[in-house]
Design a protein around this ligand. Structure first.
Ligand SMILES: O=c1ccn([C@H]2C[C@H](O)[C@@H](COP(=O)(O)OP(=O)(O)OP(=O)(O)O)O2)c(=O)[nH]1
Ligand SMILES: [Mg+2]
Length: 144
């Protein structure tokens, strides 16, 4: 599927790193590096603007390596990019480690998964059909 994109960054377009990757790695578009202190959050620009077809969304997800090695994750994970959004794609990172983390221009800071989604119409009712689970949740089936 082709997706219209404007690249105002000084980086290459997000790319799948392997043939069957689900996520396109997003790069920070920065004039100066950002030093992200412990427990600080920052909205990182990508310089990208895109036009998803109706019925699709993009999810901004953390990269596991950054999370594991540096405690850097996406605060609103998964971030939701609506198909009708025409603004700049931004990534909300947070540093959950006890050390500062330097984000440099061009660094792959998160990944973006494009997914199909449904929109629904509500059918307002008084009762719901019972099921095996019924109202059980939050550990109702036991620990392991
Ligand atoms: O990580 C993110 C999350 C959102 N957005 C952009 C695209 C999305 O379509 C728009 C709105 O996002 P969301 O609905 O999550 O934010 P909101 O706080 O509900 O704001 P709004 O009232 O604008 O919907 O912001 C990003 O660039 N990055
Ligand atoms: Mg919203």
């Amino acid at each position: 599927m082709k997706v219209n994109v404007i690249n105002k960054s000084n980086n290459e377009l997000p790319a799948y790193q392997t043939e069957s990757s689900a996520g396109l790695d997003l790069r920070a578009n920065l004039e100066e590096p950002i030093n992200l202190k412990p427990m600080q959050r920052v909205l990182v620009p990508t310089g990208l603007f895109m036009e998803l077809p109706k019925g699709y969304e993009a999810q901004i997800r953390p990269r596991s390596g950054l999370a594991y090695k540096h405690g850097i994750t996406v605060l609103n994970s998964p971030g939701t990019i609506d198909a009708d959004y025409r603004g700049e794609l931004k990534v909300l990172l947070v540093n959950l480690s006890d050390e500062s983390f330097l984000i440099e221009n061009g660094e792959r800071i998160a990944q973006m998964v494009i997914a199909k989604h449904e929109q629904i119409d509500w059918n307002l009712v008084e009762t719901l059909e019972d099921s095996e689970r019924s109202a059980g949740g939050f550990g109702s089936t036991g620990k392991s």
